[in-house]
Ligand binder design. Sequence first.
Ligand SMILES: CC(C)(COP(=O)(O)OP(=O)(O)OC[C@H]1O[C@@H](n2cnc3c(N)ncnc32)[C@H](O)[C@@H]1OP(=O)(O)O)[C@@H](O)C(=O)NCCC(=O)NCCS
Length: 145
Amino acid sequence: MEFSFASAEDEEQIKQILATSGLDHRDIRPSQLQHFLIVKDETALTLSGVVGLELSGNFGLLRSLAVAKAFRRQGLATQLINKIEKYARSQKVTALYLLTLTAEDFFTNRGYHTTDRGSAPSALQDTNEFKNLCPETAVCMKKQL
Ligand SMILES: CC(C)(COP(=O)(O)OP(=O)(O)OC[C@H]1O[C@@H](n2cnc3c(N)ncnc32)[C@H](O)[C@@H]1OP(=O)(O)O)[C@@H](O)C(=O)NCCC(=O)NCCS
């Protein structure tokens, strides 16, 4: 498996994997993809997984975590999270936030805890994910890095 940062060329495959995983991708722009990590299957060169980061000062929004069905339960999402956290630290991010409808337990097992959505930094509350894409019923989670 080959991990790398995404580029504009990966946009279609990223949107496809997000769509088939039930995640919204309408707001993703090619310029954001430099902060998205992808993992590819070296043999088929198809996209197996993705996770995205939106940076805002010392805070980061973790988003768009998806692994293609055929590659699940092999630890790929765990590796993507570990690597994006390392990258976030290198960008001086001190706390990561995310919204999830489906993966609260997954993130709890990786050191994230639920927090009040209203307590997230205002810059993150202004993102499309907070404002338009994730319903009020989504759980907000935070991890101090
Ligand atoms: C959530 C998601 C990203 C997890 O991807 P994944 O690559 O299967 O995740 P991992 O393999 O790293 O870990 C998944 C779980 O399977 C377990 N697991 C890993 N390898 C395993 C194996 N060989 N056999 C059995 N279980 C295994 C892990 O322990 C983990 O369980 P835990 O959360 O209780 O610790 C994936 O299911 C997905 O894309 N879902 C749809 C989109 C989604 O909901 N994204 C989250 C939005 S915020």
